[in-house]
Ligand binder design. Structure first.
Ligand code: FES
Length: 134
């Protein structure tokens, strides 16, 4: 797809985010922030038999961070915790269709870092280095 189609998709998810909200009886929730700008996000996961059955997020941030959270939360429904543990920056680039570049990298990875930390917390595991570096 041409770049401007991807940009339109990002704006559309930013203006009409999917899965925005809170799950009050979530299996796990995790709060995080972008160290560059201070914008925040909380991710709520409902997990059944090692599979994400529902997910919501709330937070404030730029178009890239919010659109990425919207797309990522759509993408992970039905995924296993193991699959999520294996996700990295390429997952995000594939989802949004563009390389965010160094200036917006932390915006683009905020939701994935929050999601992966939530999975590690749920599994009572230490957060791995690859996730900390997202
Ligand atoms: Fe804050 Fe992008 S500028 S998350």
């Amino acid at each position: 797809m041409p770049i401007d189609i991807y940009a339109e998709e990002i704006v559309s998810h930013y203006e009409h985010p999917h899965n925005k909200g809170e799950i009050t009886d979530a299996s796990v929730s995790q709060h995080n922030y972008n160290p560059v700008c201070g914008d925040e996000m909380t991710m709520y996961l409902m997990i059944n038999d090692g599979i994400v059955s529902d997910v919501k997020f709330k937070g404030v941030g730029c178009a890239i961070s919010m659109a990425t959270a919207s797309m990522l939360t759509d993408f992970i429904k039905g995924k296993t915790l193991k699959e999520i543990e294996g996700m990295g920056i390429n997952t995000i680039i594939d989802l949004i269709g563009i390389d965010p570049g160094p200036a917006r990298l932390k915006c683009a990875t905020l939701s994935l870092r929050t999601l992966k930390e939530a999975v590690f917390v749920y599994e009572h595991k230490e957060v791995d280095r690859a996730t900390k570096e997202l």
